[in-house]
Ligand binder design. Structure first.
Ligand code: XMP
Length: 326
C-alpha cells in the first residue's frame, strides 16, 4: 500500500467545485498508475465502489472490468440499477454474475449468524476470484477503500465479513478514494454524475438482507424481507425521510404468529420495522416516526407482502440493542 495517511494540508471536499478538482487530479494519476494494463473491480453498487467505478471509467475506460455479484441478498432493484447505470449509461465493461442459487444453497439450514457471515464472505471471494481467472491480462485490483476503513483496519477493504484476499486476487491495488471521508466520496459521486439515490444510499451490511432474514434463510421469508424493505424505502422517500434517517430496514424473524383473514386463522410471519439515527454506528437512537406513516407502511406490508400477518415497530436504541438483529 502506498501513502496512507491523509496530509493535514489536504482540503476537505465540501463542494462540487472541490470534487471536480479532485477528479481532475485523480484522472492523470490513475492513468499513470495503470498505463495500458487492465483493472478489475468488485462493484457492489454501494457508494464507495460505485464512485471508484465511475472514476476509473473516466480515467481508463474499457481497461476497467467491473464484476457485480448478485448473491440474492441485495435489496429490491439494486442489481438492475447497477447494470443500468454502469453498463447501459456509462458504457462500462460489466460482468453480471447471477450467483443467487449458489449462495442460497450454501446458506440453506444455517442459522448461526457468524457462520452465515462466513459463508457469504467466502462465497463472495470465491465467485469473484473465479470471474477474475476468466479474464486475461489483469494487473490491478481497484477497491473502494475509504479513509475510515484505513483508520479502522489494515487498510484492505475486506468488510468484517471476509478474510484477506486469496493468491489469485493478489494484484496491485488501485484505491483512488482511500484518503476521503464518506461525505467527500458522496460529493465526488455527484460530480461524476451518479444518481442521487446511489450516492446517498444508507449503510448496507456486506451480508445484506441475509442478516435481516434472521436464522436459517428460506427463499420465501427472504422475499418477505426484500418486499417489505422495498415498501419501507418507498414510503420513507415519499415522506421526505430518505437521506435524513441514517438507516432503516425491515427484519423478519424465523417464527410465525397467529392471525385471522377472511374468518380463517392464519399462521404467518411478522415484519419488524427498524429506523435509527447514528453518527458512526457505535450507538444509535430510534427515529420517532409519525404514526400516520407507520400506519401506511403497515397497511401496505399487510396487503402486499405474502405470508405476513403482523407488523411491529422496534423502539430500542443502541445500546442496549444493536442495530441489526444478528
Ligand atoms: P450493529 O448491528 O452491530 O451494526 O449495531 C452496526 C452497523 O454495522 C452494520 N453491520 C455490518 N456491516 N457486515 C457489514 O458490512 C456485517 O456483517 C455487519 N453487521 C452489521 C449495520 O448495518 C450497522 O450499520
Amino acid at each position: 500500500m502506498t501513502n496512507n495517511l491523509r496530509p493535514e494540508s489536504m482540503q476537505r471536499i465540501t463542494s462540487r467545485a472541490l470534487a471536480e478538482s479532485f477528479i481532475a487530479e485523480q484522472i492523470p494519476l490513475l492513468q499513470e498508475q495503470i498505463g495500458d494494463s487492465k483493472v478489475l473491480l468488485a462493484l457492489s453498487g454501494g457508494v464507495d465502489s460505485s464512485v471508484v467505478a465511475a472514476l476509473l471509467i473516466k480515467a481508463v475506460g474499457d481497461q476497467l472490468t467491473c464484476v457485480h455479484v448478485n448473491h440474492g441478498l441485495l435489496r429490491k432493484g439494486e442489481p438492475e440499477q447497477v447494470v443500468d447505470v454502469f453498463r447501459n449509461q456509462m458504457g462500462a465493461n460489466l460482468v453480471y454474475v447471477d450467483a443467487v442459487d449458489r449462495f442460497l444453497d450454501k446458506l440453506a439450514g444455517v442459522a448461526d449468524p457468524e457462520q452465515k457471515r462466513k459463508i457469504i464472505g467466502k462465497e463472495f471471494i470465491d465467485v469473484f476470484a473465479e470471474e477474475a481467472k476468466k479474464l486475461d491480462g489483469i494487473n490491478f485490483l481497484a477497491q473502494g477503500t475509504i479513509y475510515p476503513d484505513i483508520l479502522e483496519s489494515d487498510g484492505v477493504k475486506s468488510h468484517h465479513n471476509v478474510g484477506g484476499l486469496p493468491e489469485e486476487l493478489n494484484f496491485e491495488l488501485v484505491e483512488p478514494v482511500r484518503l476521503l471521508y464518506k461525505d467527500e466520496v458522496r460529493q465526488v459521486g455527484l460530480a461524476l454524475g451518479l444518481p442521487e439515490n446511489m450516492v446517498y444510499r444508507q449503510p448496507f451490511p456486506g451480508p445484506g438482507l441475509g442478516v435481516r432474514c434472521v436464522g436459517a434463510i428460506t427463499r420465501d421469508r427472504l422475499e418477505a424481507v426484500r418486499e417489505s424493505d422495498s415498501i419501507l424505502r418507498e414510503e420513507f422517500a415519499a415522506a421526505g425521510l430518505q437521506g435524513k434517517v441514517w438507516q432503516y430496514f425491515t427484519v423478519v424473524p424465523p417464527f410465525t404468529s397467529t392471525g385471522i383473514k377472511n374468518g380463517k386463522r392464519t399462521d404467518d410471519w411478522l415484519v419488524i420495522i427498524r429506523a435509527v439515527n447514528s453518527v458512526d454506528a457505535t450507538s444509535a437512537t430510534i427515529e420517532p416516526l409519525p404514526y400516520e406513516l407507520l400506519y401506511k407502511i403497515r397497511d401496505r406490508i399487510l396487503a402486499e407482502v405474502s405470508g405476513v400477518n403482523r407488523v411491529l415497530y422496534d423502539l430500542s436504541d443502541k445500546p442496549v440493542a444493536t442495530i441489526e438483529y444478528e
